[in-house]
Design a protein around this ligand. Sequence first.
Ligand code: NAI
Length: 340
Amino acid sequence: MAQQGTLGVAVVGTGRMGADHVRRIHEVTSGARVAAVVDVDAERVEAVARSVGGCAAYTDPAAAMASAEVDAVLVASPGPAHEAALLEAFRRDLPVLCEKPLTPDAASALRVLEAEQRLGHRRVQVGFMRRYDPEFGRLKALLAGGGLGRPLLLHCRHRNASVPSFFTEQMLINDSVVHEMDQTRWLLEQEITSVTVLRPRPSGHAPAGIGDPQLVVFETDGGVLVDVEIFATCGFGYQVQAEAVCERGTARVGDAHGMLVNQAGRWGGEIAQDFTVRFREAYDRQVQAWVDATLRGTVEGPSAWDGYAAAAVCEAGVRAQATGERVAVELVERPALYRP
Ligand code: NAI
């Protein structure tokens, strides 16, 4: 068990991600403890509270944030509930780690951006956890070092074994490719200026109404072309790969070179079956970085601006998906609070 630290965290939303974050803060993260858990589902939140012990269960996020035990908030409710939770946290000037998406659309993300600017300081870190994955971190450092020359192309693959029954075609963009949107902006330090969605014939395993796979193409303001294969029903596992093609070489991550086994005339390794396994270390590092920065009195990592930019690219992506056209991304001017 982790050492019991000083930062009292309220985890809002105790579903798949929230419950995992509760476990993480309780067992892995140092310098923090789960002070409160919140869910509109009273039975679920009581059960999660019991799994930790010594933390209070709430069905109302505002009530949890009013507790003297709560110093910071981790928002892991569904996207449409994020804006209300963020604005309540701002009202109390509490630091927030907000799971992606910041909010589900650009207009609501802008409202959050404006509210944070009224506070006059950053309060939000957005849960784009790939930035904390060690392999992606190495790729970022390599590109930033300039040894490979300027990046020209980024080839990305994002494959899931299967999707839940409530999955929609728009979720391919808003829930899956949103990670490549942030990854692109972060790795290249460029904004995405347009999105085009191309479709092959659908897989016979794609659920009705979902054209799966799709090829999503971004153009950036630095002239880089990015292609993202999203294949949400590939059947064989969860795979996230990226290859940067630069002027003097290429670099690729995500091949999951763990243990390789030679047996019976074949060689190979395992493929993770879902993101909680593939990105476990990234989630751990993300939450630890948030706690460490919060205890230092700073806010680091992906900002509300990054959350807004991703939401704006998602909107363009969903339109591109529906129309088959190349859709330009419209961003407001980057406010001073979020300039490097
Ligand atoms: P989930 O549906 O498993 O859990 C959501 C929970 O929030 C449920 O228990 C629900 O009862 C509760 N809830 C609903 N409205 C609420 C409200 N107003 N206040 C408090 N609780 C409320 O969803 P899941 O998969 O855990 O997703 C949660 C968030 O995490 C979403 O924003 C999602 O996009 C994000 N996510 C991030 C991933 C990543 O890789 N970073 C991966 C999967 C999800």
